[in-house]
Ligand binder design. Structure first.
Ligand SMILES: [Zn+2]
Length: 117
């Protein structure tokens, strides 16, 4: 006859799947779910070969940041098909008229000069 705890606590394989599937769920949250102590969950993770939850959370955050940075770089390198009126370079999709802020300055200076005459 299974005890209350063994009925609520998943098997090792289920635990591995759960820890892998929900890397950001805290030991405290699992502990409440299974009616065990936080320390018990911590030791369980260690026994099953999982890194400490704080380390995994930090890794997940670092991965997200890296992906965001990579997306930004890809977006910045996308070209609009326009040609910069100052130096003839291709204009990135993230910019309106010129290829760089330096060219934009030159362009504005030239434009201002022409309209002021
Ligand atoms: Zn330019």
């Amino acid at each position: 006859m299974p005890t209350a705890q063994s009925r609520r606590t998943p098997t090792d394989n289920q635990l591995r799947n759960l820890f892998a599937k929900y890397p950001l769920v805290s030991n405290q949250a699992w502990a409440s779910e299974w009616g065990v102590s936080k320390e018990w969950v911590r030791r369980l993770r260690k026994r099953l070969g999982f890194a400490p939850s704080s380390q995994i959370a930090a890794q997940v955050r670092a991965d997200r940041r890296a992906r965001k940075e990579a997306d930004k770089i890809v977006a910045a390198s996308r070209l609009s098909g326009l040609v910069c009126p100052v130096d003839g370079a291709l204009v990135p999709a993230s910019r309106q008229v010129t290829c760089s802020s330096k060219c934009a300055e030159t362009y504005r200076a030239t434009f201002t000069y022409r309209t002021n005459r």
